[in-house]
Design a binder for this molecule. Structure first.
Ligand SMILES: [Zn+2]
Length: 297
């Protein structure tokens, strides 16, 4: 690890992360934060074996004044794409490092790098896929139990289903996250779950959302231009003998309501308890698929 003021260069197996820690963060916490970023970025290889961008920049911005009204260690994150992909993480450096490892925000932001920038109208795909992976990757990496990951995913899907049911997914994203935030963040997660579980089911685990995103990275990322949702789903289908993504697009993108995820949860052996918790059943028809999606490795 090379230190130049607050610049850190971290070599992952296939990528170099350029990490800038803005001041004020003391040296000890800066080192801890860099180790946490390395660990989180490294967890992306649990999708397709490598980090999606071989040359990504990460900027950590301390925000102790709590002007965001958040108690979290990681207050907010975003990806900017001018002059290369940069992940910005606004953090509270006063929080203990354990809370950083328990926080999903950085996993969500890194997951965004697995897709090209999409036009506003298709942001339900960007946010949804990142919201899906933030949960399954936190579980694969051992920071969540599988039960906790599925519970969080289901809570998100429920919020999404209740949000602006009169809008289609494309309309919700076009109108902006301020008006349909939960629909934008979670409808695409439902589509990701349906696509991932269907690919795994029909291929006996040979194909998955992981494998097609790996093929997308190999051909097309990091992308210079914005893509449409149709172009993305068409490209993902081009890696498959039988399409999965455009059929889901045609069924849901311009329809009001929300993708119907409940039957698939039962097949995966994900049961809701009366108290809101989740229990997992190994007797369900797709229990092995569920484990392949979420269990730690
Ligand atoms: Zn996001």
């Amino acid at each position: 690890m090379m230190i130049v003021d607050s610049l850190f260069l971290i070599a992952l197996s296939n990528a170099t992360l350029n990490i800038e820690i803005r001041q004020p963060v003391d040296e000890h916490k800066a080192t801890e934060i860099v180790e946490w970023i390395e660990s989180t970025a490294d967890s992306l290889k649990l999708v397709y074996g490598r980090f999606p961008n071989p040359d990504a920049k990460i900027i950590v911005i301390p925000s102790t004044e709590n002007s965001w009204g958040s108690e979290s260690a990681v207050i907010f994150g975003r990806v900017t794409r001018r002059g290369g992909e940069t992940v910005e993480l606004f953090v509270n450096p006063d929080r203990p490092i354990e809370e950083f490892y328990a926080d999903w925000t950085a996993t969500h932001e890194f997951s965004h790098l697995m897709l090209p920038l999409l036009n506003q109208r298709y942001r339900w795909i960007s946010e949804g896929f990142a919201s899906y992976y933030q949960n399954v990757l936190m579980s694969r990496a051992g920071h969540y139990s599988p039960e906790h990951a599925w519970q969080r995913l289901i809570e998100g899907l429920d919020r999404g289903r209740e949000s602006r049911p009169e809008l289609s997914l494309n309309e919700a994203a076009a109108s902006g996250t301020r008006y349909a935030r939960m629909k934008v963040y979670w409808s695409g997660a439902a589509v990701a779950l349906l696509a991932d579980s269907e690919l795994r089911r029909r291929s006996g685990g040979e194909e998955s959302l992981d494998t097609v995103l790996g093929q997308l990275q190999a051909c097309c990322l990091p992308a210079k231009r914005q893509w449409s949702g149709r172009r993305l789903f068409g490209k993902l289908d081009s890696f498959l003998d039988t399409p999965v993504f455009m059929p889901l697009y045609r069924e849901y993108a311009n329809a009001e309501g929300f993708p119907d995820f409940a039957p698939r949860l039962l097949e995966l052996g994900i049961n809701r308890n009366k108290d809101g918790t989740v229990s997992l059943s190994d007797n369900a028809s797709l229990a092995a698929t569920r484990k392949a999606i979420s269990d730690s490795r």
